[in-house]
Design a binder for this molecule. Structure first.
Ligand code: UDP
Ligand code: MG
Length: 308
């Protein structure tokens, strides 16, 4: 029998662990596959670790990884992928927003010969307008500014990957991993499924606006150097304007002796270009920071304990 690994990152999910386990186990009860669930406790400060330890004593198919601190959702999923040994690996959230009922369909697509089966999340009406709109806008922007088309593939870390794909991913050592983009970038035979995300069952979302912004920056700068070109393009455009404008003033002052005036406009121009330069310095700085992180070559996560 083929084996499916389910990877579930969990950050303060004490109320959801048992529920998600039940949901997955129920699905596999009627499937002809063996399975393992790898829970990655990403530095939870609640009772998640205790709940996991108790549950894994009852069910041998549960494996647990405990991080030494909170490393973030993406590293947690990566840790699960690194240690999964199924013929296919499915990553999904602990808060039951990713319906376990979709697992048989993911597997069926895999059996059809697809190496990656990603999912496209459709938000239900209850989710705030802000989150829905910002998410779709973000992925359109990301597609426009990066070299990876994520207009469809983005949005969800609920995904099946063949063991071969997972092996390739294991050997990638990016310091800021962004799995959604990475799987897309890797190629292989891919297909997508649509699903409606539910509400998280218990606890609170760990993603606030600040984390979302950082996630957005990570995504953009991990896949593209296009923002760096922006500086060069803007530089050309502004210099051209300045050259033409300056030429006109000089000619004017020779022809009819008008003095070059406008102290305020001069200051505004200086301030404006100061701003543009700071933005560009910032963008360069972000890339430099990434290089700095990558060069140090620290691991993406540190494991404190695991039960397998
Ligand atoms: N998560 C994690 N580490 C973090 C934040 C989140 O492992 O630092 C897990 C969390 O337990 C959940 C999944 O990642 O299983 C998605 O997180 P969340 O539900 O907070 O995000 P949202 O669904 O709001 O995008
Ligand atoms: Mg969630």
């Amino acid at each position: 029998m083929k084996k499916i690994s389910i990877v579930i990152p969990a950050h303060n999910e004490e109320g959801n662990i048992v529920l998600i386990y039940d949901a997955v186990a129920r699905v596999f009860a009627s499937l002809n596959y063996t399975f393992e669930i790898i829970f990655v406790n990403d530095g939870s400060t609640d009772d998640t670790q205790n709940v996991l330890e108790k549950l894994s004593k009852l069910h041998p198919e549960i494996k647990t990884i405990e991080f030494s601190r909170n490393f973030g959702h993406q590293p947690a999923v990566k840790a699960g992928l690194d240690l999964a040994d199924g013929d296919a690996v499915i990553s999904m959230d602990a808060d039951l927003q990713h319906p376990a009922e979709l697992i048989p369909t993911l597997i069926a697509k895999w059996e059809e010969g697809y190496d990656v089966v990603y999912t496209i999340r459709k938000y239900p009406k209850q989710i705030s307008m802000f989150k829905r709109k910002s998410s779709s806008l973000y992925y359109r922007f990301l597609t426009a500014i990066s070299d990876v088309d994520m207009s469809e593939g983005g949005g969800s870390d609920f995904r099946l990957m063949d063991a071969a794909v997972v092996r390739v991913m294991r050997n990638m050592n990016e310091s800021d991993i962004f799995l959604r983009g990475l799987t897309h970038w890797m190629g292989f035979r891919q297909t997508g499924l649509r699903f409606t995300a539910g509400q998280r069952v218990s606890g609170q979302s760990s993603y606030n606006l600040k984390k979302m912004m950082r996630f957005a920056f990570t995504g953009i700068t991990a896949f593209s150097v296009k923002p760096l070109y922006l500086a060069a393009y803007l530089g050309f455009i502004f210099s051209a304007f300045a050259a033409v404008g300056y030429g006109i003033y000089v000619i004017n002052s020779f022809v009819d002796g008008t003095e070059i005036s406008g102290w305020a406009s001069l200051i505004m121009t200086v301030v404006f270009f100061g701003g543009v330069q700071l933005i560009m310095l910032g963008i360069i700085g972000i890339y430099l920071g990434k290089i700095f992180k990558q060069v140090k070559d620290r691991p993406n996560y540190i494991i404190r304990s695991k039960n397998f």
